[in-house]
Design a protein around this ligand. Sequence first.
Ligand SMILES: [Zn+2]
Length: 269
Amino acid sequence: MAEGHAVARWGDALRPLIGERVVDIVVPPRWRERAEFLRGAELTRVETHGKHLVLHFSNDWVVHTHAMQYGSWQIGAIGQQLRKDARFARLRLTTSTHNVVFFHGPVMEVLTVAELGQHERFRSLGPDLLHHDFSAASVVDAIQAQGDREIGDAVLDQRIVAGIGNIYKSEGLFLAMIHPRRAVSSVTSEELKVFFDELVPLMQQGRAQPSWIVTLPSDLQLEPWMRNWVYQRRGQPCFVCATKIEMIRQGNFQRTTYFCPHCQVISGR
Ligand SMILES: [Zn+2]
């Protein structure tokens, strides 16, 4: 699943291409006419915000993408062997030295800068917790203003804070010892600060490592498949207290949350 750390990593991999010009571009029929404007244009900026990635070009056109759960990028030299079948490519972009492919992504749009500025979903994003200037204080009020909404649901709302996905949500709430069913109004500013203090370094670490999301410290990774404190560990013993990990579904989209019912107390501290 593409959480914010993976999108940030793809952005990091695309930035060395800034200054290069588009030699060729292949997109689905819907965008073909617009994509012609990109030929010869120079890549000027790579913007990531939460799970959105935007390529900015010198002539004020942009490519806006959202990977959702399934999308991924492959960035390499011209002639690179594609990791997946080319028919799954939503975007194939060639510069004088690089070949870039966006696979499976449900959102791939060729827009003007002005259109991106009006883009409802992009414009309404909350602060990105992987941006260098992120401060937990800037989102605490917005989270607490959600009243009786469950914390495990609220922190996935990209309009409040952008970048957290299902795995990091479960892991961050465990490390902060916050029960996912607690109403946000009962979660203190201090607890939220602990949540972000635990989560942001983990996600920055994940951004640098293109592999499985690993949140367990190395001395607890007794087997190669042991990667996380609680995620997808339903029925297995908690690494801290040995209580069985539980799984619940939360929010309109019934997203799964894993937690320890002993370490993460429902009543607050
Ligand atoms: Zn526990």
